[in-house]
Design a protein around this ligand. Structure first.
Ligand SMILES: C[S@@+](CC[C@H](N)C(=O)[O-])C[C@H]1O[C@@H](n2cnc3c(N)ncnc32)[C@H](O)[C@@H]1O
Length: 249
């Protein structure tokens, strides 16, 4: 039996992580499908999987024995929390996907020193991010590519960042929602904004009340959502292509 092939979110991670990588760490590898995909895409790349959950390495070897055996000594599976369990200097590329934006920021902040030695990070929060893009400049990281991954009617930010000075400031809405996505008028961002307008319709109907503190101040997510309607209206005029066509591409 072979691992599933039609997984656009993992393909987006692969597209941003693989080119130019010599050794990739997947932090929170869980099912291990990204590691298997990375190994298939490049027969020379070294792979490190890190999992905080005990037993995932055995589960991966049991589920995909042939594929894991094919990777041989190129694959190292480690149990632990974040980047700190990686041998120093072992990887040039780090992927963190499927964790909340706050967890990703916490992992990066704890390993600030290691970030400087990396070629690239590829980050894909599990839900709408409100704290990751704002954290990148203070971690010494510059956004070099942004995509919206679309799969089964859901959408995710995928952000590639590299050590370096941040990009010149965009408008607050562009900074929060993806300056590179806005700059190229990405139709997938339009889809993302439309999707989230539907998801958060009940919150908008209550003036984002659930995203305010007792004094009425918006949370970071509330602030980001407050910028959504205007950016969505702007994006509606970008492109005549039918965005629905991209939902499962
Ligand atoms: C929802 S899964 C995502 C799996 C895969 N990365 C993906 O995007 O499909 C999140 C995984 O991250 C692991 N995880 C959470 N925090 C972690 C940490 N600090 N270090 C390593 N693994 C972590 C969890 O145990 C879980 O298996």
């Amino acid at each position: 039996m072979s691992p599933p092939t039609a997984l656009p979110r993992l393909d987006t991670l692969l597209a941003l992580a693989a080119p130019g990588a010599h050794a990739v760490a997947d932090i929170g590898y869980d099912h291990g499908l990204l590691l298997l995909r990375l190994g298939r895409a490049d027969p020379h790349v070294r792979l490190y999987g890190v999992e905080v959950q005990p037993g995932r390495a055995d589960a991966l070897r049991t589920r995909w024995p042939v594929q894991v055996q094919d990777l041989g000594a190129r694959l190292t599976l480690l149990e632990g929390d974040g980047l700190e369990v990686l041998p120093a200097g072992a990887v040039d590329t780090v992927v963190i996907a499927g964790l909340s934006d706050r967890s990703i920021v916490r992992i990066l902040e704890r390993s600030r020193e290691r970030l400087r030695g990396l070629r690239r990070l590829v980050l894909c929060p599990s839900r709408v991010e409100a704290t990751l893009r704002p954290a990148l400049p203070r971690l010494g990281l510059r956004t070099v590519e942004e995509r919206i991954a679309c799969e089964r009617g859901k959408t995710w930010d995928v952000i590639a960042a590299e050590p370096g000075a941040p990009l010149a400031a965009a408008t607050p809405a562009e900074e929060r929602w993806g300056p590179l996505l806005v700059a190229r008028r990405d139709p997938a961002l339009r889809l993302h904004l439309e999707h989230l307008s539907r998801v958060y319709a009940p919150a908008f109907a209550h003036d984002l009340g659930g995203h305010r503190d007792a004094a009425g101040a918006l949370s970071p997510l509330g602030e980001k959502l407050a910028m959504l309607p205007e950016l969505r209206a702007r994006a509606a005029g970008w492109d005549d292509a039918p965005v629905e066509a991209r939902v499962d591409d």
